[in-house]
Design a protein around this ligand. Structure first.
Ligand code: GTP
Length: 415
């Protein structure tokens, strides 16, 4: 095979039910990677970005959710993209690098020259072809996407130092206690297959250490809680930190947007970022509001074709309305995600909120919040099948599934 025909595969880490706990209560109903942002499942955004990779042979999703949870999505997206997309289930979590290593034989089946590895819960423009070009120029084992952030926020992420001239990764620390750098790891990587040798090295070291410990029962007692299984390998602490400064890893800095999607409030913010990106990538997905029979649309709005929106409703900016939702006369929606089968009755108002599947909002009712993405109750969230009766006001609150609210609430978590 000539150089121009080198194949590339992409792997997206989707985690499993024990991850994504900060995404509750929404992750009680749906695996977090399938939660809709801008009307498309979270994982759809990195998958569709992969389309731009030249010679892409396969996309693998690796996780420890049940296979059936991804089956429908995976088969529909494979047909749509005409690229095979396959879900690979780990029997248990192996860590971000261990998960990749676990399926190395399958991943290497097509003899790819490069492997992209993407965290599912990051929101960015995924400049993948540009990263691949840079990676080939650098000639290392891996290239990480990095971004400059506000120094006060950097410690929530993997902080790194790169050579300003060669872009070599010189130093890497995951969530450090003291400030190292305002450049952080975006969770988007491209590797050569040599990455498997590096992961295997960590795994072998762990096995050797475990064998040594077995010889001394006292030490074994002491370190039992500290030691990780030999096949549990984290990309950040176990691979990036030790390989930094060894001319094997390089960085590619994005000047575009980047966010991590750990909480429902961040999913609302990221929905806005992806809607804004649709203006460039998929303008057909944005509601236009043209014509006398359509509702008034302000800014970026997604409306599923099966949703029914009354022409007197006023919608936007940053609103996503999922399948079979019904939006009544005089309704006002701002900065919100309305999930499948929701009904908002006449003159209802939803601002800075996520309204769960099949919920109902009564006439003249308001579901709203202050909209601070970092505050605990910064957005209002209604779980599945919540019934807000007429003229009820729900402010800065989280309501778990199947509740009926007949009185107004503020700053409450209703269990
Ligand atoms: P926090 O620790 O919650 O701050 O998350 P993080 O994003 O810094 O790191 P983590 O390395 O835990 O996760 C990175 C990505 O890999 C996320 O998309 C996870 O869902 C996914 N992930 C983490 N561990 C595993 C694993 O064992 N198997 C699989 N398949 N995915 C994983």
């Amino acid at each position: 095979m000539g150089i121009s025909e080198e194949t590339v595969v992409a792997v997206i880490l989707v985690g499993g039910p024990t991850k994504g706990t900060r995404f509750r209560p929404l992750s009680l109903n749906i695996p977090k990677p399938l939660f809709p942002l801008a009307g498309q499942p979270m994982v759809h955004h990195p998958i569709s970005a992969c389309r731009r990779i030249p010679n892409l042979a396969h996309i693998y999703l690796i996780g420890f959710y049940e296979e059936r949870e991804f089956a429908i999505y995976v088969s529909s997206i494979s047909n749509e993209l005409r690229i095979p997309v396959r879900y690979l289930k780990e029997d248990r979590p192996h860590g971000s690098a261990g998960g990749l290593y676990n399926f190395r034989d399958l991943i290497m089946e097509e003899n790819p020259s490069h492997i992209f590895l993407l965290n599912c819960d990051v929101c960015c423009s995924f400049p993948l072809p540009e990263m691949l070009e840079a990676h080939k120029r650098y000639g290392g084992v891996g290239t990480l996407l990095v971004i400059k952030v506000n120094p006060e926020l950097a410690s929530e992420f993997g902080e790194l130092v790169a050579d300003p001239v060669t872009n070599e990764l010189l130093h890497y620390t995951e969530k450090p206690e003291t400030f190292v750098s305002d450049r952080i790891n975006c969770g988007v990587y491209v590797f050569t297959p040599d990455i498997f040798t590096a992961i295997q090295g960590v795994s072998t070291q762990r096995k050797d250490r475990a064998n040594l410990r077995r010889m001394s029962s006292f030490e074994a007692l002491q370190s039992a809680t500290r030691s990780l299984p030999s096949d549990f390998v984290r990309l950040d602490q176990d691979i990036l930190s030790p390989l930094a400064g060894k001319k094997q890893l390089f960085t590619y800095e994005t000047m575009d947007f980047w966010e991590q999607i750990k909480t429902p409030a961040m999913s609302l913010k990221c929905s806005a970022l992806y809607l804004a990106q649709f203006r460039l990538t998929s303008p057909h997905l944005l509601a236009s509001g043209d014509g006398t029979k359509s509702a008034t649309i302000i800014g970026d709005v997604y409306i599923h074709p099966s949703a029914k929106v009354h022409p007197t409703a006023k919608i936007g900016p940053n609103v996503s309305i999922s399948a079979n939702a019904r939006i009544g006369p005089g309704v006002r929606l701002i900065n919100c995600i309305i999930l499948d089968g929701v009904e908002v009755k006449e003159n209802g108002v939803v601002i800075h909120a996520i309204v769960g599947w099949k919920s109902s909002i009564g006439k003249w009712s308001r579901v709203q919040a202050g909209g601070d993405h970092n505050a605990k109750l910064g957005i209002t969230i209604l779980g599945e099948a919540v019934n807000v009766e007429d003229e009820v006001v729900v402010v800065n609150s989280i309501v778990l599934p199947n509740k009926t609210l007949n009185v107004s609430v503020q700053e409450e978590i209703i269990l």
